[in-house]
Write a protein that binds this ligand. Structure first.
Ligand SMILES: Cc1cc2nc3c(=O)[nH]c(=O)nc-3n(C[C@H](O)[C@H](O)[C@H](O)COP(=O)(O)O)c2cc1C
Length: 317
């Protein structure tokens, strides 16, 4: 049985990115557990949940332990969706109460639930009653800088049955801008009743992971964009936290090629289309990468994409 207290590092839920191939790469490189991207509870419980959408809940054994992240605002539908997640073999359920995107807020879901503690607590209670696997909730630290309700909010969710609270310490109005304030994560760790806290935001290196853990007192950390740039961050964190040194890690080029092979096996001939956005993250800060990305943007053939990747990394090793 999955327990939050056994995990130190999580791959964050990343819409459009944390699909089955990427989750496998991150687990292989040392992430202790992974999340799906957010899945619409209404869609999942609908008989019309289409074949294309099934891939949102598809996973393979090497990805485990894996949590399904759900969004929605109807307690009954969320409870049904969570139970489907359990039947599908997920190890834990996570509820998204932090997404600030307009299209999600419009449905009364995501971060909007931070403005309705009663409904948010009801969702947690109903979901918890419908599953035997653990439950987490991912939150932001309030609506804006003036809003200090996040500690109470975390406590309400924990008192309603959440086993862990994942905290992305930016306000909803901040979106993804500005610094993640892990002082607020620390406040949740110290002052809320959350049995377990996972810190998310701004972890780009193994050092950041340790610093965030030490300064906030969180139980585990979660990596999002840092993993999109470099999934080896999970191996680096593991090594840093264990105090061991100099294990042989694969090079980034080998990781990218391995990732592309997994993407090809999953999406077939559409692989180059899916992989382009990943390439953008992988090469963001690398020399000569703008030209490489321009060339890649026109490539629709898998073999050609692989040889472009190989020749770019040969030149820039
Ligand atoms: C492209 C992208 C997609 C995201 N999708 C989700 C999502 O589906 N659910 C969620 O709770 N958070 C989502 N987030 C937020 C991340 O999980 C994470 O909390 C945030 O990026 C801060 O962590 P980081 O600095 O390590 O990236 C997303 C972030 C990005 C950049």
């Amino acid at each position: 049985m999955f327990h939050f207290d056994k995990q130190r590092t999580f791959l964050a839920p990343l819409a459009g990115f944390s699909d089955s191939p990427f989750r496998r790469i991150c687990r292989k490189l040392g992430a202790d557990a992974v999340f799906t991207e957010m899945v619409n509870a209404i869609g999942l419980t609908s008989p019309l949940f289409s074949k294309t959408k099934r891939r949102y809940v598809y996973f393979l054994p090497p990805e485990k332990p894996i949590g399904i992240q759900l969004f929605g605002n109807d307690p009954g539908i969320m409870a049904d969706a969570a139970s489907i997640g359990e039947e599908l073999g997920f190890d834990f359920v996570d509820i998204n109460m932090g997404c600030p995107m307009k299209k999600i807020l419009k449905t009364g879901s995501g971060a909007l639930l931070m403005r309705d503690i009663r409904r948010a607590s009801m969702i947690v209670k109903r979901v918890k009653n419908n599953i035997r696997i653990p439950l987490s909730v991912k939150i932001r630290t309030g609506w804006d800088e003036q809003d200090n309700s996040y500690v109470d909010f975390a406590s309400s969710l924990a008192d309603s049955g959440a086993d862990a609270i994942a905290v992305h310490p930016r306000t909803v109005s901040q979106g993804m801008e500005g610094k993640a304030d892990h002082g607020k994560t620390a406040a949740i760790c110290k002052m809320s009743t959350a049995p377990h806290v996972i810190a998310s935001g701004g972890i780009e290196t193994a050092r950041d992971a340790v610093l965030v853990r030490e300064m906030s007192g969180c139980d585990a950390i979660m990596v999002g964009r840092g993993a999109l740039r470099n999934p080896l961050i999970f191996s680096e964190i593991r090594q840093f936290m264990n105090g061991t040194s100099e294990s042989e890690f694969p090079g980034l080029a080998d990781v990218i090629l391995d990732h592309f092979d997994q993407v090809y096996a999953f999406y077939g001939e559409k692989a180059p289309t899916f992989f382009r956005k990943q390439i953008t993250w992988y090469t963001r800060d690398l020399p000569g990468s703008a030209g490489f990305r321009r060339r890649i943007s026109k490539v629709n053939d898998s073999e050609e994409m692989k040889s472009e990747i190989e020749s770019y990394f040969k030149k820039h090793r």
